[in-house]
Design a protein. Structure first.
Length: 290
């Protein structure tokens, strides 16, 4: 079926597989909807690099923990479909919860060590839900490539590790963070921020920029890099849930010299829980080659 805005909308696995059978090389962009320019950038790259691009719109209940914002998570399907059409996306897979998790479905994909810390520690079970839904999408859409943003860096590495571990025939394409004016990383949860909170949230990217600049000037001490980020947040009246300087491949914390690192953080601003990161000493192209 199609929507009022013309993009092909697929509601069932059967419809998705019928579409996929004649689509050639497919680029998949998994999303939970509430699309922004960061998602659009992923779709536009998928369009450029594939014969057909498909985006999924599905707020996945299994990656939300008790007390998290599953019910409140922003949903805007018609607007999302219009953005996908404008970006050149050929199809949108918009399944129901029952389509993705039929009655009696209790199979889960449990990731390993790389998912145990940072977001995995803060949100127990989160990455089991992520891996399960992404593995399902890969099985349903059989994409040639799948596109994930750097903003959710640990998610990107967890998915890369899952694909390698399960020998799944899909190439994971990491894509740069897209930021709003002032540096705030685009996120669907930014919709929760008031104007004042949005101004305060600029401290997240500012702290990461300070750490990145210090690294470029020769600072390699992981502890000092963490301190730069934490002090920038504190000056704005914010306290991070965590500030991490980790190896970008293993995501294990660096305790000495950081010759390469992903500097990441999680912080609550109002009712929004925001994450952000900066990658130093390694490029996304190098990450994609893992």
């Amino acid at each position: 079926m199609t929507s009022a805005v013309g993009v092909r909308v697929l509601r069932s696995v059967r419809e998705l597989r019928e579409w996929r059978a004649t689509a050639g090389e497919v680029g998949l962009v998994p999303t939970m909807g509430a699309l922004h320019e960061g998602h659009v950038a992923l779709v536009e790259r998928a369009v450029r690099e594939s014969e057909r691009a498909v985006a999924s719109i599905f707020v996945n209940p299994t990656q939300f923990g008790p007390g998290e914002d599953y019910a409140a998570y922003p949903r805007s399907d018609e607007r999302d479909l219009a953005l996908l059409e404008a970006a050149g996306c050929a199809a949108a897979f918009v399944p129901s919860v029952e389509e993705m998790y039929p009655p009696g479905d209790d199979t889960r994909v449990v990731p390993g060590d790389i998912a145990a810390r940072l977001e995995g520690a803060a949100r127990p079970g989160h990455f089991t839900g992520v891996c399960t839904v992404v593995a399902k999408l890969f099985g349903m859409a059989t994409p040639t490539r799948a596109y994930f943003g750097q903003k959710d860096f640990q998610q990107l590495r967890v998915i890369q590790t899952m694909v390698r571990g399960l020998a799944l025939p899909v190439r994971i394409v990491p894509c740069p963070i897209v930021r709003a004016a002032g540096g705030l990383a685009l996120s669907s949860r930014n919709a929760y921020l008031s104007a004042e909170e949005r101004r305060g949230a600029l401290a997240l990217s500012r702290g990461l920029h300070v750490a990145e600049a210090e690294w470029q000037r020769g600072e390699r001490g992981a502890r000092r890099l963490r301190e730069w980020v934490a002090s920038t947040l504190a000056a704005a009246g914010l306290a991070a849930e965590y500030v991490s300087v980790a190896d970008p491949v293993t995501l294990r914390e660096v305790e000495g010299r950081a010759e390469r690192a992903v500097v990441s953080l999680a912080c609550r601003v109002g009712r929004a829980r925001l994450i952000d990161n900066a990658l130093v000493g390694m490029t996304l192209d190098e990450l994609a080659a893992l």
